[in-house]
Write a protein that binds this ligand. Structure first.
Ligand code: PMP
Length: 309
């Protein structure tokens, strides 16, 4: 039994999940050009539920569709409304992960689906467990697989096909006792993990690879950069980083919708950041949680209410 909600949204209609099938013949072809999003909604202190930066995620979905040369017949506004409608219909009251995705419609015979082909859009959801209130950390290892080059298969969009590269890195990292990989590019620059952005702190300054390094345009990356600069008074720099920068850092972390802000305490089999969760990471996790849970009026515009308590 799949862990998702009883219903999902499929191309304009809310349908029972069990009935949301496709013909097996379409699966391989549709997968070549499928794209997706990962979004979270969080409970606030009064028992309401808010989706975090929904419009930014669905705009990125529209961008992914565009760069995949597919055509989608829904606007970002329509998809935002559909997401809220689905969460209400499934009576979701607790933290939840939302998975909007798009794939070629029909049963194409050709793998090389022509430019402009129409796509189906699905919005699904399943329970999410936030780790922001727990002192958790992860083990990271630089993988010997390189990140797919943006000149070949742009990682700045969320295409499922990119996650084959990510999975190779995961398996490699796990074979060496780590949780998640860190990918370098073909010039040895730090890019990202299989499902998260990388950030580090050295001498009180936050560093992260620039968007031109062949990484996903992370929504959490953007959130974190703003909170560091505007709320925590931590200077931020977006620029090229090497493996040595990771090892010399005072704090290293994964950043993303699912990772949230997740400290790395072991890197390449040695203790990173003295093996403890550092002060900037701790402050950032607290501030990020406060924003997500609706405790920062200044960032209310990032929250789309599902239920108002
Ligand atoms: N990089 C990759 C490859 C990812 O899959 C994700 C998760 N979506 C991220 C970075 C972080 O992006 P975001 O903060 O928008 O979730």
């Amino acid at each position: 039994h799949a862990p998702g909600g009883d219903h999902l949204w499929r191309s304009g209609r809310i349908v029972p999940s069990a009935e949301a099938t496709v013909h097996v013949r379409s699966v391989g072809h549709a997968s070549v050009s499928a794209v997706f999003e990962g979004v979270n909604a969080y409970r606030d202190d009064s028992g309401g539920l808010n989706v975090f930066r929904l419009e930014e995620h669905l705009t990125r979905l529209a961008d992914s569709v565009r760069l995949s040369h597919l055509t989608m017949s829904y606007t970002v506004d329509e998809l935002c409304a559909a997401t809220v409608e689905l969460l209400r219909r499934n009576e979701v009251r607790d933290d939840v992960h939302i998975r909007p995705w798009a794939f070629v419609e029909g049963n194409p015979i050709e793998q090389m689906v022509p430019a402009g082909a129409g796509c189906e859009v699905v919005i699904d959801c399943w329970p999410f467990r936030s780790r922001l209130a727990e002192p958790v950390s992860r083990i990271a290892a630089v993988t010997s697989w390189r990140r797919v080059a943006s000149e070949s298969m742009p990682p700045r969009i969320k295409a499922f096909a990119n996650y084959h590269n990510g999975r190779l890195g995961n398996i490699d990292a796990q074979s060496r006792g780590a949780d998640w990989p860190i990918f370098l590019d073909d010039r040895g620059r730090v890019t990202e993990s299989s499902g998260a952005t990388i950030g580090l702190v050295r001498d009180g300054v936050f560093h992260t690879p620039g968007l031109d390094c062949g990484i996903l345009e992370g929504v959490t990356r953007d959130t974190v950069l703003r909170l560091l600069r505007d709320e925590l008074d931590v200077p931020v720099r977006e620029h090229d980083l090497t493996r040595a920068d990771l090892h010399l850092a005072d704090e290293v972390m994964f950043i993303g919708t699912s990772a949230e802000v997740l400290p790395i305490t072991v890197l390449d089999g040695t203790r990173a950041a003295d093996g403890v969760i550092g002060p900037v990471t701790t402050a950032l996790r607290e501030e990020y949680a406060a924003v997500l849970r609706g405790r920062r009026p200044r960032y209310k515009h990032w929250l789309t209410p599902v239920w108002v308590a």
